[in-house]
Design a protein around this ligand. Structure first.
Ligand code: OAD
Length: 237
């Protein structure tokens, strides 16, 4: 039996009710969005400290915004894949994601906790107000009406996670009967630490072994779009 068969059998036996999907960049890989680590990952071509830190933004907002506009364009042109859509078929599932691409919501999930913010929201660096911003900006770096720079409303290295998102995520994972861990390398904390809070069944979907594979009950070495629909099918039976 494959790891997927074993995981499906465990679901059939335990009939988990409260399901949380904890996802990372790998869940969007089959939508054509590059991951951060591994072959073809963004951090092979770019240095995080040059692009994804408050210091980088203070030093050169133009460069940081050009990189975000490029990524925003990629995501706008992308579609949710079979994994996003399968998760969205679970009516009461809570999605806890490290992704900033909004593809879970576009795929139909209603309860999505974004731990690292969203690239389709911006924040005024002076007033700290946020607003949605889906379309490309006419000029970068974009500015608020007050004249101050706008920044992407995402969490950069060295910044704290939004406290309300963190609180909801920890609560949901502690209460879950089933935690699906999909497409994350499990090396970026504090998010990666959430898996240790799980007390129920936990199933990882990742073609590669990750930093948190050993913490999961089952590790399925398949892609998100291959394995997730089968898992969801069993949960819906
Ligand atoms: P990573 O790029 O670190 O890891 C992506 C994971 O997805 C890897 O373990 C891959 O093996 C796996 N993967 C690749 N293709 C897959 C597929 N088709 N199906 C399933 N899994 C696949 O991305 P994250 O773990 O999300 O943070 O990274 C965590 C955080 O680090 C990000 O949120 C971002 C980054 O720096 C910030 O920007 C704060």
């Amino acid at each position: 039996m494959s790891a997927l068969d074993d995981a499906v059998a465990a679901i059939r036996q335990r009939r988990p009710k409260r399901v949380v999907a904890f996802t990372g960049a790998g869940v969007s890989a089959e939508s054509g969005i590059p991951t951060f680590r591994g072959p073809g990952g963004l951090w092979q071509s770019f240095r995080p400290e040059d692009l994804a830190t408050p210091e980088a933004f203070a030093r050169d907002p133009d460069v940081v915004w050009q990189w975000y506009e490029w990524r925003r364009g990629l995501v706008r042109a992308a579609q949710p894949n079979a994994a996003h859509r399968a998760i969205a078929r679970l009516p009461d599932a809570i999605v806890v994601t490290q992704n900033v691409d909004g593809l879970h919501t576009r795929g139909g999930s209603r309860d999505v906790i974004e731990l690292h913010g969203s690239i389709f929201r911006v924040r005024c660096t002076r007033e700290h107000t946020t607003r949605d911003a889906f379309e490309a900006f006419a000029e970068v770096p974009p500015r608020c009406e007050c004249g101050a720079l706008l920044r992407p409303d995402v969490v950069w290295f060295g910044e704290a996670l939004p406290p309300d998102a963190w609180e909801r995520a920890t609560e949901a994972i502690r209460r879950a009967d089933l935690l699906l861990v999909i497409g994350t390398s499990g090396v970026v904390y504090p998010a990666a630490g959430l898996v240790a809070l799980s007390r129920g069944l936990s199933i990882e979907v990742n073609p590669e072994a990750s930093g948190i594979s050993s913490a999961c009950t089952f590790a399925i070495p398949m892609t998100a779009a291959e394995a997730t629909p089968r898992i969801v099918e069993e949960l819906l039976r």
